[in-house]
Structures are given as structure tokens and as C-alpha cells.
Design a protein around this ligand. Sequence first.
Ligand SMILES: NC(=O)c1ccc[n+]([C@@H]2O[C@H](COP(=O)([O-])OP(=O)(O)OC[C@H]3O[C@@H](n4cnc5c(N)ncnc54)[C@H](OP(=O)(O)O)[C@@H]3O)[C@@H](O)[C@H]2O)c1
Length: 346
Amino acid sequence: MSVPSTQKQWVITSGDKGFDGLQSQEAEVPKLGDHDVLVKLHAASLNYRDLAIAKGIYPFPLDLPKVAASDGAGEVVDVGPRVTLFKKGDKVVTLFNQGHQYGELRPDTVGTALGGMLEGTLRPYGAFHETGLVKAPANLNHVEASTLSCAALTSWNALYGLKQLKPGEWVVVQGTGGVSLFALQFAKAAGAKVIATTSSAKKAETLKKLGADHVINYREDPNWGETARKLTANGAGADHIIEVGGEHTMSQSLKAVKFGGVITLIGFLGGAKPKDNILEALNNICTLRGIFVGSREQMEDMCRAIEANDIHPVVDEKVFPFEQAREAYEYMWAQKHFGKLCISIV
Ligand SMILES: NC(=O)c1ccc[n+]([C@@H]2O[C@H](COP(=O)([O-])OP(=O)(O)OC[C@H]3O[C@@H](n4cnc5c(N)ncnc54)[C@H](OP(=O)(O)O)[C@@H]3O)[C@@H](O)[C@H]2O)c1
């Protein structure tokens, strides 16, 4: 494959122009350092973070302008002279925090996220340090594999990063966003029981098809945390709660959790100022754990699990062409998506 010298790429130019700040710019295809891998990116997927960065509401440090998006999948087309982990033709996925190799995040690795601190994936060719990539699961196509960098790895870290999920344990997942659907799929593959919440009767049916043991409509049942607890074995509560709602869901999560359970604080879809007394965690003798995606070691474990269990990510029926990246942002902002929203890069 002959690699062009220049390419069109989508750049987040600033966080104060909304999606107008996402601009298509001509740039050079990056040159390879000794340990770099050149990837022909075939697909990218969007996360709420990408929209928040464009809208200027992302609460963590950024270094704009940067090529947008963190999640991407493609094929290795060239490698630097000292690369040992990959060869031409390998199918790969990007690691969200490029510096997070294993163990806990550290102050020096927290600032290595693609699409905000480092150049992202909305471009046909990208050069990444070899330790910033992971082999894609063989059962996935590029579009499916492009969904793994952020949402999937975050769910995996929630379920396996502190207290490993065991068969028969109970997991609560909130809503039908990317993170929650991955958590549902991983939990079912592990033999766990899943209680899912959603605001939509139609989505409830899909959640059941994906294996949810119980579905609660959080609009119809605002006290869904209590309901969820009653559904668990002996009404003892859930071992793991995937907390993505923030302000609107925390008090219910504290009602649903088991003694010794873990509430993983992941998102703030309903606002970022929980009104609850955090000391409720003491009453429930549970752990509240904030996480920021996961490490390369965890991503390799996750990819093995995806392949072994033939898990296929839930991808929205609409996959946007590269030229319509801005329309993809608008579509996701309007919450028209179900599961992961992907962009194909030819
Ligand atoms: N900490 C990390 O490392 C990390 C990593 C990835 C994502 N996140 C964060 O996690 C959150 C979820 O990300 P995502 O990619 O899964 O988002 P997403 O795909 O945009 O999720 C959208 C879905 O969330 C549900 N939802 C919205 N408001 C809700 C509420 N108040 N209570 C319960 N569910 C609600 C809705 O489900 P229904 O339509 O079914 O009601 C909606 O369809 C975001 O805040 C994101 O920034 C954090």
C-alpha cells in the first residue's frame, strides 16, 4: 500500500466554537520515530468526551488544537526500526491513555489521552508509539474494533480493575450508552446477573435481547435503586454498579449497592454535582471508586475475553462516512445513537 504524503484530518481547533471548532485540515502524514507504528485507520468511534471537548465543557486539561477522537482501529502499514510488538498487516486498536501501560494511572500518565492531549484518530493515517496500540480481537471488523479504546476498557476496568467480578454476582448498569452496554456484555460473559436501567421501553427490549436479567425504567421508577436491590439475591444489593449518571443517579446507586460492593464512578450524564452525602458509602460499607479508562495490560485482557466469548460491540445502525464527522457529532449530541457511534475512514 502506498502511503500519501499529506492527508485531510479532523482537528478540534478550540473548545469555544461548539462543533464548528471541528475542522477538516490538510496535514502531513506523520513520520515514524524508531518505536513508532504507522496505522492506516479504517474506523473511529465517538465518546461523550469528544463532544464535551468540542463544546468546551470537558472538565479536564486539554492541549488544543489536536486531531479529534481517542478511539480508532486499523491496519499497520509501516513500523519504525526498533518496533518489536507489531508488524505490517497487524490489525490494531488505539490505547486511550497512551502512557498507561499497567497498574494505576500516575500524574505523568494521566495527561496522555488521544484526541485532547495527544493527536487523535480522526485521520486516515496515524503514527503511535508501539506501546500505544493493542492487537484487535480477531473476531471484530475495524468498525467494531474502533469502539474498544474508551467505553469498553472503562467497563472492563470497572468490573476487573479493583474487585474482580465473579460468576453469579450482581451488576447494575445505567442507561444504554456505550459504557453500560459493554458492562452488560462483559458481565453476562462472566456468568453474572445484570440489572439494567433505561428511559425507553423500546431500548428495554434490546437490553433483554443482550442478556439483561431485569430492566427498570428509571423515568417511571425514580426509586429504581431500591427496586434493583430487591431484585438481587436475598435483596442484599449489587456487587458492582456502573455509575454513569452522576448527579441524577448517585443516590439510587447508594441504595442498590451491597455491603462490600463497588460503585465505579465513571460519568456525569445527568450532571456533575451529586447532592448525596458521600458518607452514605459508610452506611453501605461500600467502595466508591473513580476511574479514568484503563491500562494497556487491562486492554489486552479485555481483547482476549472479547475474542474468546465472541462478543460483538453494539454499534449504532448509522455509521458515518469520514467526510460527515461533524454530522456524527450532531447526531450523538442529539442522543439519536444506540450503543457506539462510529465513523468509517476510507
Ligand atoms: N471515567 C472514564 O474513564 C469514562 C470513560 C468513558 C465514558 N465516561 C463517561 O461515562 C458517561 C457515559 O458514557 P457513554 O459513552 O456510555 O455515553 P453515551 O453513549 O452518550 O450514553 C448515553 C445514554 O446514557 C443514558 N443516560 C443519560 N442520562 C442518564 C441518566 N440521568 N441516568 C441514567 N442513564 C442516563 C441514556 O440511556 P437511555 O436512553 O437508555 O435512558 C443515553 O442513551 C459519560 O459521562 C462519559 O463522559 C467516562
